[in-house]
Structures are given as structure tokens and as C-alpha cells.
Design a protein around this ligand. Structure first.
Ligand SMILES: [Zn+2]
Length: 306
């Protein structure tokens, strides 16, 4: 089913990473800059992430002996230093997730570069190390992002959705390892319900989301893929949901043959397999397009409005 499966360490059947994007209230300020301060309930819902969920999540990882990846917008790190401390005390990786969750594909190349550098400086100052990995806020990877990641020395990206296993993104200045996920592994479609964001998913039992995640995992396990959960502490860290997620982690452990790892370790493994000639990756050349395709002309025709 997978044409070029990668050998995982110690003969594991698949790789698993639970990545948590601690967006906190950055997304509310971005969506409603002039009124975010008046939306107190939304603020409380989002602050639940750093204040309540992060300690709970890190404690679960400690019990299971797992080291994982947290993507932290730098503004959130400055705002919630105790949550950063908790993540670091747990020995986890901190990845780059923008400064204020700004959308790179709505910025000029220079603006995107400036936010990228500013956030890297905060991460370096607060963790003692430059981030090795990047996830574009809201999956808004731009036509310039790869180039900028290469300029700034990143090893991997975890924003795209183009495969079941790692692959390489190639630009003029080199390659980064792409560690893809997809919406089926995200928690917004299951759990997000907030009028402030115009996003009202119907409330269902957490067991339903676990069924979806478990089906994805079982397929990855069967065929040698990679399972990366793209989750948010304020959503997945809620009590009933996190209790169900603990059950999912236990299920994975009990099944066996699973390599739990932070993304930086998966990326390093990918490079090692390539360097040792053990595996040949698929390569995507970016950007896919330099501009709008010419066939439709310059105006936005009706047929493009899907
Ligand atoms: Zn995010």
C-alpha cells in the first residue's frame, strides 16, 4: 500500500508523534484584534490550554515515558512562561509555530521572514536552543516558507499533507524533511465549538474521535506509516477527551511495535536512513506554482469559487 516504506528503528511497524500546538489566545487576538479583550469567555477557554491542560498532558507523557513535540507560538511562550517551563522540565521538544499565529501565506516574503526570525529568537532565549522544526500556523505554509526555513537552518517541517510517510521538500537552497499529517488527525474538526471563531462542531462523545484516530493508527501500523496527531491543549486537554486519549496511548503501547518519538528524532532518523543508503525518499519540489495558473485568466471566475 505504501510504495517506499521507510525502515523504522528496531523494526517498529510505525512511528507515532502526539504533537500539541499551544495556540492559547493568540488566535483570538489575530481573529478579533480590536475586541479580543472583551471576549472574556473565549479567552478563558483558550487559556485553559497553557494553564490547565499542559501540566496534565506533560504528566501523562511522564507516566508513559514518552518524549514528544510541542509547537509554541513565541508570543504564547512570552505570555505563559510557566507552561514553557513545564514542557521543558518534561524534556520535550519545542517547535516553531509563528509569533502570534500569523498566517504566512497572507504575508510578503520579508514580513514572513521577520516573524520567523523574531520567534526563533524567543525560542532560543527561553529554551537555550534554536528550534529544529516548524509547523505553519493554521496550515498556512506559503510559497516562500520552504526557502525561509532553509535560510534559517531548519531540519524539518510538519505542516503539509502530501504523504503517509516522511518525504523531502526541495527548494533552490536545499531540502527539509517533511513530516506530514492531515485533517483526519487534527482535533478541531472533532472538538472545536466557539461562536467567536464561527466554528461550531456538534458535541460528540470523545470515543468517536478516538475511533477515527485509532483507525488511522491501525492503518499506519499495518502498512509502515507515520501517525502524527495535530492537537491543541485547549481542545484535546479537556478532561473527558484527555482521559480517552490516555486510553488511545495505552492501546498503542499494548499493540506493540510502535516507535513513539518527538519529530526532531523522526527527522534525524530520516536523514540517517538517506545518508546510509537504506532508504530513498520521495521528493516534492516547491513551490508547486509561481502564481495563478494562466488558463483561467486574471479575474477570479465563478467556477473557481468552491
Ligand atoms: Zn496553531
Amino acid at each position: 500500500m505504501i510504495r517506499n516504506p521507510i525502515p523504522w528503528p528496531d523494526g517498529a511497524r510505525c512511528a507515532v508523534a502526539f504533537t500539541l500546538d499551544m495556540d492559547a489566545d493568540s488566535i483570538l487576538h489575530l481573529a478579533h484584534h480590536t475586541s479580543a479583550d472583551t471576549r472574556v469567555v473565549a479567552l478563558s477557554m483558550l487559556r485553559y490550554g497553557p494553564e490547565i491542560a499542559i501540566p496534565r498532558i506533560v504528566e501523562t507523557y511522564r507516566r508513559f515515558g514518552m518524549r514528544q513535540t510541542f509547537f509554541l507560538p513565541a508570543w504564547c511562550m512570552e505570555r505563559y512562561p510557566a507552561a514553557v517551563e513545564t514542557v521543558l522540565e518534561g524534556g520535550h521538544e519545542v517547535g516553531h509555530h509563528g509569533y502570534l499565529h500569523e498566517h504566512p501565506n497572507e504575508l510578503s516574503r520579508d514580513e514572513e521572514h521577520a516573524w520567523l526570525v523574531r520567534s526563533t529568537e524567543v525560542i532560543e532565549k527561553m529554551t537555550g536552543a534554536r528550534p529544529r522544526g516548524y509547523r505553519a500556523p493554521s496550515y498556512r505554509f506559503s510559497r516562500h516558507t520552504l526557502d525561509l526555513l532553509l535560510e534559517e537552518g531548519f531540519d524539518y517541517d510538519a505542516s503539509l499533507m502530501g504523504d503517509d510517510i516522511p518525504y523531502l521538500l526541495e527548494g533552490d537552497k536545499g531540502t527539509v524533511v517533511e513530516l506530514p499529517a492531515h485533517y483526519g488527525l487534527d482535533d478541531w474538526p472533532h472538538f472545536m465549538a466557539s461562536r467567536d471563531f464561527g466554528y461550531m462542531m456538534s458535541i460528540k462523545s470523545p470515543a468517536y474521535a478516538m475511533e477515527v484516530y485509532r483507525a488511522e493508527f491501525d492503518a499506519m501500523w499495518e502498512h509502515g506509516g507515520m501517525w502524527i496527531g495535530v492537537w491543541h491543549p485547549f481542545l484535546s486537554g479537556r478532561l473527558a477527551r484527555w482521559a480517552a486519549i490516555e486510553g488511545l496511548i495505552r492501546y498503542m503501547h499494548d499493540k506493540g511495535g510502535v516507535w513513539f518519538a518527538p519529530l526532531e528524532e523522526i527527522s534525524a532518523h530520516v536523514r540517517k536512513m538517506i545518508d546510509e543508503g537504506e532508504w530513498r525518499p520521495r521528493i516534492d519540489r516547491l513551490p508547486y506554482y509561481d502564481g495563478p495558473i494562466p488558463e483561467l485568466g486574471e479575474a477570479e471566475p465563478e467556477l473557481s469559487k468552491v
